[in-house]
Design a protein. Sequence first.
Length: 63
Amino acid sequence: MFPEGKPVSGKRLVPQLAVGCVLFAILGLIGTFAIANLMKPFFQGKAEEMARKAQMREKSRGR
């Protein structure tokens, strides 16, 4: 990865590492947000289905 025999300067490596960590975190947040938005209709549908089933159970118990 690094050229042999040449010491790696911390003045160059540390800022690059910090920028890489920040970019990785930002991309992770964007990806998580995008996946959550894509899954929202699925979970809303599941919640509505569960609410319908709960209402049906209450009606059948109320007889």
